[in-house]
Design a protein. Structure first.
Length: 267
C-alpha cells in the first residue's frame, strides 16, 4: 500500500485555477481514483493553495473515503485579502467532516522577481500559528528561500511543530536541520531527473522513516513520463526508484513511507 501525500486532483480535473470543481467532477475523479487503487495508491492527500482550491480539496475528501485535504495559502497565491482567508480557514477547521489533515501548502517563494519577502513571511508565520493552534502538521513550499524557511521554523520549534518539506530540493545540511525540527522530506518526480545527483545523495543518506512520497500531480511527472500530466498512481514509480537507489526492497519503501505518512497526518 502506498500514499500520495501531496497532489492536486482538484487542479488535474479543470483548466482554471481558483474556480469551483465542475458539476460532473465525479465522472473524472472516480476512474482516476480507481486507477490509483490498482497501482496500490490507496490513500491520497489533496493540498490546498488558496481558499477556493482548499474548498475543492475538501469537497473531494468528502466524496471519497480514501481522500483527505489540507488547507492553506501558497506564498504565490497570498494577496491583501490574506487575513480574511485565514478567517475562512478557521471556519473550515471547525467542521471535522471537512477531513482537514494539515495546513499547506504554505511557505516562502523568492523565485519571481516581484516577490515581497516581509509580506510572505508574515502570511507564512500566521499559518504556522494556525497549524499549531489546531495541532496539525504543516506542508511547506520553499523555493529559493531555504534559509529563511528554516530560520522561521526554528523560532516555532516545539512539541507540536511538525510537517513535511514538500518537493524537497535542498541539500543534506538543510535536510538535517528540517529533520531535527520534526519535519519529514517529501519526494516525487524530481528524484528521477538525470541532473539531480545531489538530491539522490540526500535521499540515500537520510533515515528511510523521514521520507514520504508525493507526486505533486499534475506537475513534476517522473522522468519516464516527462511531458505528460502527472498522476497520483505514479507514486508506484517513485517508490520503485527510491528502493533501487537505496538498494532495498520495494516493500520496505512502501511500508515505511506509508507508516510515516499515516502517523504524520493521522490518516
Ligand atoms: Zn503542490
Amino acid at each position: 500500500m502506498l500514499i500520495d501525500t501531496h497532489c492536486h486532483i482538484n487542479i488535474m480535473i479543470k483548466k482554471d485555477f481558483d474556480v469551483p470543481l465542475p458539476q460532473n467532477f465525479k465522472e473524472l475523479t472516480t476512474p482516476l481514483i480507481e486507477d490509483c487503487k490498482h497501482a496500490g495508491v490507496t490513500k491520497i492527500i489533496n493540498v490546498g493553495t488558496s481558499v477556493s482550491e482548499s474548498i475543492n480539496c475538501i469537497t473531494l475528501a468528502q466524496n471519497y473515503s480514501t481522500l483527505w485535504a489540507t488547507i492553506g495559502l501558497h506564498p504565490n497565491d497570498a494577496d491583501e485579502n490574506w487575513k480574511k482567508d485565514i478567517e475562512s480557514f478557521k471556519k473550515l477547521l471547525q467542521n471535522p467532516q471537512n477531513k482537514i489533515v494539515g495546513i499547506g501548502e504554505i511557505g516562502l517563494d523568492y523565485h519571481y522577481p516581484d516577490h515581497n519577502k516581509i509580506f510572505q513571511q508574515t502570511v507564512f508565520e500566521a499559518q504556522i500559528q494556525l497549524a499549531l493552534d489546531h495541532d496539525l502538521p504543516i506542508v511547506i513550499h520553499t523555493r529559493d528561500a531555504g534559509q529563511d524557511v528554516l530560520n522561521i521554523l526554528e523560532t516555532y520549534k516545539s512539541e507540536k511543530l511538525r510537517g513535511v518539506i514538500h518537493c524537497f530540493s535542498e541539500d543534506l545540511a538543510f535536510a538535517e536541520r528540517a529533520i531535527a525540527l520534526n519535519f519529514v522530506l517529501g519526494i516525487g518526480g524530481p528524484l528521477t531527473y538525470p541532473k539531480n545527483n545531489e538530491l539522490r545523495k540526500v535521499f540515500t543518506t537520510v533515515p528511510l522513516d523521514t521520507i514520504v512520497l508525493e507526486t505533486d500531480a499534475p506537475f513534476l511527472p517522473p522522468q519516464e513520463m516527462r511531458g505528460k500530466k502527472n498522476n497520483p498512481a505514479n507514486i508506484k514509480i517513485i517508490a520503485h526508484y527510491l528502493a533501487k537507489i537505496r538498494n532495498i526492497s520495494f516493500e520496505t519503501v512502501a511500508h515505511t513511507t506509508t507508516d510515516t505518512a499515516e502517523k504524520l497526518f493521522k490518516i
